[in-house]
Design a protein. Structure first.
Length: 99
């Protein structure tokens, strides 16, 4: 978390995605302070890349700005309709942005 307190970061996510029907899936990031209050949140719509997922690979990234009070960060997937999906061979990398 120290890096996130002092610089921007890029979260890179990739893997394969499978769902039995069209998905409105979002890859999300949230940063919280020590009291548990969200101080940053963002998401990417994976549904804009493909409506049906049958095991195809995907890759996306999210920018997290410097958050001086950051105590915890969460990466999660959200499907508002609560449709089932499977993510396989997923990888996560967090890269610090340096000037």
């Amino acid at each position: 978390m120290e890096r996130l307190r002092t610089s921007d970061a890029v979260v890179v996510l990739h893997g394969t995605l499978r769902g039995p029907q069209p998905l409105d899936l979002r890859a999300c990031v949230a940063v919280f302070d020590a009291a548990g209050t969200a101080i940053h949140a963002d998401h990417i719509l994976l549904a804009t890349r493909r409506a049906q997922w049958g095991g195809e690979p995907w890759r996306t990234s999210l920018l997290i700005p410097e958050c001086a009070d950051a105590a915890r960060a969460e990466i999660f997937f959200w499907e508002p309709q609560r449709k089932g999906f499977t993510i396989e061979h997923a990888r996560l990398r967090v890269l610090a942005m340096e000037e």
